[in-house]
Ligand binder design. Structure first.
Ligand SMILES: Cc1cc2nc3c(=O)[nH]c(=O)nc-3n(C[C@H](O)[C@H](O)[C@H](O)COP(=O)(O)OP(=O)(O)OC[C@H]3O[C@@H](n4cnc5c(N)ncnc54)[C@H](O)[C@@H]3O)c2cc1C
Length: 392
């Protein structure tokens, strides 16, 4: 068994780390103080993404992406996850279901999005439909000219900077026909209801959108009518792995900052790292981190290079998301404790990580939903997927 990363993977990691240090971390203070970035800073950051070839790491080269496999994507996102303010969302990553777009849709949406000329935001959640997407009330009714969409979408991440929405709706109002539509934000009937404030600092917003008699043509359906849940599932799998990666990266930063602080901070005549209560917290952080990271890398490797089936990956990605996000929650909590009063100041990265990592146990399926996915797998097929080991 060879657990070492290859030279190419190490080079990619070093490049992602340098990009994070040079282009994301320096923007943290501005993002925190102004709840976002100035146009100038955002434009500079976007130019850096292109210069470093970190645009659309998840899409094929022929569509203008970087064509990274899932293991490589995890390596990159782990580094970006060190940054607070959700600055990891600056390097755009068009939603993965767009890869099934038709040639014409790719020309109109995916390829410009990979180049950074357009940006998508994925809209599933509604006031009454969260964990259970079958409760979506957004309808798409077919008429002679195409489709007419009506509904309200909540928490649409990056909806402020996106210029088109990828909308999960029920064709003919029928929950057995979930369908995904491209909806240009400029279309008549698309309206921002409001832009709520959230616990975290996030470089972009999560507006609520109303769709009021929005007309789209037949060729604005992504995939097939009724295929919406399958496409959305692909989005979940990729996002769950990337949440695993970013929370591992964020946890690593929290541990490193805490260790440095504990070695330097003196109370009762010695550095606090020499008080065993603090040393034990650091030890738990490190031990939990290696466990989460080992699992993340194993599953990401299986996903990228190990030929795992789509079904198995769905079940494994839930376990990764559950463990990495819950581990990160415990790690950032300890990081704040080790920093004492300073850990409660917004100017300290650990304070921001504490607020910002909370959502990782909620979005892309809550921890309870991940347990439901894992529990279903156990009931139907036994434990082997989780307890066994991939063979060559
Ligand atoms: C900052 C942020 C950004 C987001 N971005 C997007 C986005 O870009 N696009 C998008 O579509 N959505 C987005 N979401 C929505 C997110 O995915 C949902 O909030 C999440 O899936 C949970 O849904 P809910 O909030 O409706 O909670 P609910 O589903 O109402 O759940 C409430 C509680 O009940 C629990 N629960 C629900 N069902 C069960 C069950 N069967 N068994 C046990 N417990 C259960 C949940 O775990 C949770 O604890 C975002 C959310 C946030 C906070």
């Amino acid at each position: 068994m060879d657990l070492r990363v290859t030279d190419d993977d190490r080079e990619l990691r070093d490049r992602a780390k340098a990009f994070t240090q040079e282009h994301l971390i320096p923007l943290e203070a501005e993002c925190e103080e102004h709840d976002g970035l100035s146009e100038e800073s955002a434009a500079k950051a976007r130019a850096a993404v292109l210069e470093w070839s970190f645009n659309a790491i998840n899409h094929a080269r022929e569509d203008g992406g970087q064509g990274l496999d899932l293991f490589q994507q995890v390596i990159v996102e782990e580094q970006w996850g060190h940054a607070t303010g959700a600055l990891w969302d600056i390097p755009w990553r068009p939603s993965i279901p767009l890869k099934v777009a038709t040639e014409a849709q790719k020309e109109k949406y995916l390829r410009p999005a990979c180049r950074g000329e357009r940006r998508d935001a994925y809209a599933i959640t509604e006031a009454a439909a969260g964990s259970d997407p079958a409760m979506v009330e957004t309808t798409a009714r077919r008429d002679a000219d195409g489709w007419v969409l009506n509904g309200t979408k909540w928490h649409v991440t990056s909806g402020d900077v996106a210029d088109f929405l990828v909308v999960h709706a029920h064709a003919d109002g029928d929950p057995s026909k979930p369908t995904v539509f491209f909806v240009d934000k400029q279309l008549p009937g698309v309206r921002v209801v409001r832009t709520p404030k959230y616990m975290h600092t996030f470089v972009f917003e999560h507006p609520i959108f109303a769709l009021e008699d929005v007309r789209v043509a037949d060729d604005e359906v992504l995939g097939d009518v009724g295929q919406g849940y399958e496409l959305t599932k692909d989005w979940f799998v990729e996002e769950r792995l990337m949440i695993g990666a970013r929370t591992v990266g964020a946890s690593t930063r929290a541990l490193d900052l805490s260790l440095a602080f504990a070695k330097e901070r003196v109370q009762f005549g010695k550095p606090i790292v020499e008080h065993q209560a603090i040393e034990f917290m650091l030890a738990d952080m490190a031990a939990e981190l290696i466990a989460a990271k080992s699992m993340l890398y194993r599953v990401a490797w299986q996903a990228g290079r190990g030929g795992v089936s789509r079904k198995d990956l769905h079940a494994l990605a839930s376990a990764v998301k559950l463990i990495c996000s819950e581990t990160a929650g415990r790690i950032v909590d300890k990081a704040v404790q080790i920093h004492g009063g300073r850990g409660y100041m917004r100017e300290e990265p650990v304070e921001r990580l504490y607020r910002e990592l909370r959502v990782d146990r909620i979005w892309e399926g809550t921890s309870e939903i991940q347990r439901i996915v894992i529990g279903n797998e156990l009931r139907k097929r036994g434990s082997d997927l989780y307890t066994g080991w991939p063979t060559a």
